[in-house]
Design a protein around this ligand. Structure first.
Ligand code: 2HG
Ligand code: ZN
Length: 476
């Protein structure tokens, strides 16, 4: 069952405008433009109407009407999807629902370590609400200044603190969701224990808006680390980084929150394309790790401990050099080297990206084999294997040859993707570790996902959204 691929009738569009009132919609070409292109500019769609509801009741009324009329609905947060997950189709049949006006922090309970936020709340604002009561909301991403909680939930976002705190799914206690038929599934509880049947909440997290629209969430909070050490560490090869991770995890009692791998080529691109950046070392190295460890007030000897462990690792030869941030400003500089890698890679021309995961211990071998597989197809492709080593999640990306033609390189994407994803399948890994499926990886899902799992997914979709109005053309 699918939603109509015809343009919605004028009468239905008028009724949708009526639900949200004059402030709640956009229908002029210039105004809808930001909602019809994804941020990587891989997809361009079109829509007659962007709705900007202000309340859960308005979202419910929109979905009720769209369900009756068979109109496809594309929910959008900050539009930072890497997979075109929030871009409408090009036939003009789908309306977009932006949650950006539902951005309130409804409540914060520092004693229970929880807060309830609406889906349109920008991640950085949610983090600020937590820190205003001396708590931490640990989800942390490069796009945190613009991505929204609803999008983070719908894609089960990861980021740079997963190693310690988990992905979005691990950070949520309850949800408020509007189902495709307009009913509101209200389970915004802030309980840590609730064993009362099927886990409905986890169905909607990571569903990319194909099962309903999440309107609010109850989030887990944590204590803010009071002693924190941030370092850039040069290592000879990824294998040494894996050994270092294990050493630092056990020495710190699992207080490592960030452990990001960066190859020299990524650093070169950042230094070339991004302002206010500087190589932390005088000499060049092949591989680096951005390491952050945080702990509480009782742990006063952390810095000395980290220094001693890094020195011991140097003697063992798994670390070549290390520099620890001396100030918040220096810490920010170190983070800038990591967080601007996607921007630097974009400025270097076309890229083919893979968001893969294997076990951390297998990751070094995967890098060698996958690099060889790409170089067989494009000998001059420049590989940037970087990212969340602590989670076994690599952004195994390839930039176009230095002298090459962008579109010629892009035309190799199907072959390169097939080679990398076939290899990942042989490792029992994932072809989409943290970016989701969207439009970009639909065929990969069909090819690599376990057939029984796929069939259960279709059964769930059919049960909740029999008319197929929710984000048609994404995921399944
Ligand atoms: C990151 O970790 C993002 O910086 C982007 O997930 C990854 O550009 C990419 O491939
Ligand atoms: Zn990432």
């Amino acid at each position: 069952m699918t939603a109509s691929t015809q343009k919605p009738p004028a009468g239905a569009l008028d009724r949708l405008r009526g639900i949200v009132g004059p402030q709640g919609f956009l229908d002029q070409a210039g105004d809808v433009e930001p909602f019809v292109v994804d941020h990587r500019k891989l997809y361009r769609g079109t829509t007659p109407l962007v709705l900007r509801p202000e309340s859960t009741e308005e979202v419910a009324a929109i979905l009720r009407l769209c369900n009756e009329a068979g109109i496809g609905v594309v929910p959008v947060g900050g539009n930072t999807s890497y997979c075109g997950g929030a871009t409408p189709s090009s036939d003009g049949s789908q309306v977009v629902v932006s949650l950006s006006r539902m951005r309130r922090v409804r409540s914060v309970d520092p004693l229970n370590y929880t807060m309830i936020v609406e889906a349109g709340c920008v991640l950085a604002e949610a983090q600020a609400a937590a820190s205003s009561v001396d708590r931490l909301f640990p989800l942390s991403l490069g796009s945190e200044g613009s991505c929204q909680i609803g999008g983070n939930l719908s894609t089960n976002a990861g980021g740079t603190a997963v190693l310690r705190y988990g992905m979005m799914r691990d950070l949520i206690l309850g949800l408020e969701v509007v189902l495709p038929d307009g009913r509101v599934l209200e389970s915004l509880n802030s309980l840590r224990k609730d064993n009362t049947g099927y886990d409905l909440r986890d169905l909607f997290i990571g569903a990319e808006g194909t099962l309903g629209i999440i309107t609010a969430a109850s989030c887990k909070l944590f204590s803010r680390p009071t002693s924190q050490v941030t370092a850039v560490v040069a290592v000879p090869e990824p294998q040494s980084a894996v050994a270092l991770l294990s050493r630092m995890r056990s020495a710190s009692g699992d207080c490592v929150s960030t452990f990001e791998l960066m190859p020299r080529f990524a650093l070169d691109l950042v230094l070339k394309h991004v302002g206010q950046t500087q190589d932390p070392f005088e000499e060049r190295h092949n591989w680096y790790v951005l390491l952050e460890i945080g702990s509480g007030r009782y742990d006063t000897g952390m810095r000395a401990g980290v220094e001693a462990d890094l020195a011991a690792a140097m003697e063992q030869g798994i670390v070549l050099n290390a520099v620890i941030a001396e100030s918040e400003a220096q810490r920010e500089k170190f983070w800038r080297l990591r967080e601007t890698i996607p921007e630097a890679q974009r400025r270097e021309g076309a890229s083919i990206k893979h968001d893969v995961s294997v076990t951390s211990s297998e990751l070094p071998r995967f890098i060698i084999e996958a690099s060889a597989a790409i170089q067989q197809i494009s000998p001059e492709a420049r590989i940037i294997a970087y990212g969340h080593l602590g989670d076994g999640n690599l952004h195994f990306n390839a930039s176009q040859p230095a002298q090459g033609d962008a579109s010629q390189f892009e035309s190799l994407a199907p072959r390169i993707n097939r080679a990398v994803h076939d290899l990942i399948a042989r490792y029992g890994g994932s072809f989409s570790a943290e970016h989701g499926i969207g439009q970009l990886k639909r065929s990969e899902l069909q090819r690599y996902k376990n057939p029984v799992a796929l069939s259960v997914m279709r059964t769930i979709k059919q049960a909740l959204d029999p008319k197929g109005i929710m984000n048609p053309g994404k995921v399944l």
